[in-house]
Design a protein around this ligand. Structure first.
Ligand SMILES: [Zn+2]
Ligand SMILES: [Zn+2]
Length: 325
């Protein structure tokens, strides 16, 4: 362009005029563009810039932004000069460029081609700048979030050992059926609320990575709005997580209470009778009436009667299965 020395490096917003933007090439030009190439409006050096039309980061809500009914054809894009030429005064941290930054509109023409034009509406500037910054860190962001969530998954599996404490042991076995059911339901609630506490806590701390389309300014605005909602949302989730943890603790205490003090199963003796003629009968004792009738209940629940005067021997046994074996 010129033979004069390059301008010194300077962070400065510059105007991107139509005649400069008309020399920019968007690629690919007929699908959602991923980059653009052209001269910097300030230093005039050729440069390339990425264009983001889809973003995955964690600081967003679970729900995808609503698709606008009439998708706008414009996306405001924030560019930073990334020329490879030397500019005096550039710091180490700046990998290239002259320090210029500007906005331009990525527009889909009626023939389907994408072009860059001067920004018509500057109200999307902040969203475009936020998107530019988020696109640079999205990989690190999602990776960090995923690493943290691995801990959350381990914590959820850890809850199974909590459930194991309740389901084992002779104290549970001694409960009657209603007691076992009550202990089981309350223990399940304890595990469930503990699970909620873990998931909500992790959501509050690390968010949930979701991918949003940001191919036009309506989607860009929806993305930014969701992102700005993150802080109040996280606070709400954290409060819910603490409440769930407290509820879980109460359920654990209740489960232990039921196991310790719940109704015990009443045990009826199981008798094995040997009759004088060499036969045998086994079952749990239902009644032994004064007129000498013994009523037993067998494994199928059938009650049968044996006259006491025919019995030669009575043995108390653990179960009738042991007798048969
Ligand atoms: Zn330059
Ligand atoms: Zn430049």
């Amino acid at each position: 362009m010129t033979e004069q020395p390059n301008d010194p490096f300077d962070y400065a917003g510059v105007e991107a005029r139509a005649e400069v933007l008309s020399r920019w090439q968007v690629s690919p030009s007929r699908q959602a563009p991923t980059g653009a190439e052209g001269p910097c409006p300030r230093c005039g050096h050729p440069m390339k810039a990425p264009i983001t039309t889809q973003i995955t980061i964690s600081e967003t809500e679970l729900a995808a932004p609503a698709e606008p009914p009439d998708p706008a054809r414009t996306l405001t894009v924030y560019f930073v000069c990334a020329c490879g030429e030397a500019h005096a005064g550039r710091k180490e941290a700046d990998t290239g460029g002259c320090g210029a930054f500007w906005l331009a509109d990525l527009v889909k023409r009626d023939d389907g081609f994408y072009i860059l034009t001067p920004t018509a509406d500057r109200s999307f500037a902040q969203a475009a700048i936020d998107l530019h910054a988020a696109a640079k860190t999205q990989n690190a962001n999602v990776q960090k979030s995923a690493e943290k969530w691995l801990g959350g998954i381990a914590a959820l599996f850890g809850l199974f050992s909590l459930a194991g404490i309740f389901s084992s042991g002779s104290a549970v076995a001694a409960l009657d059926n209603a007691g076992k059911w009550a202990a089981g339901v309350v223990a399940a609630l304890a595990v469930l609320t503990a699970g909620f506490a873990v998931v909500l806590g992790y959501l509050a701390a690390y968010g949930w990575p979701i991918t949003s389309e940001v191919a036009n300014n309506l989607q860009l605005k929806a993305w930014k709005d969701k992102r700005d909602e993150y802080a109040p949302k996280a606070g709400k989730r954290l409060r819910s997580a603490v409440k769930s943890a407290a509820a879980s603790l109460s359920f654990i205490v209740a489960t232990v209470g039921i196991i310790w003090f719940g109704p015990r199963a009443t045990s009826t003796p199981t008798l094995e009778l040997t009759t004088k003629d060499g036969g045998s009968a086994c079952g749990s004792l239902v009644s032994w009436s004064p007129d000498g009738r013994i009523q037993l209940k067998n494994g199928e629940g059938d009650v049968f009667t044996i006259r006491a005067c025919t019995v030669a021997k009575v043995t108390i046994t653990e179960s009738c299965d042991d007798v048969k074996a």
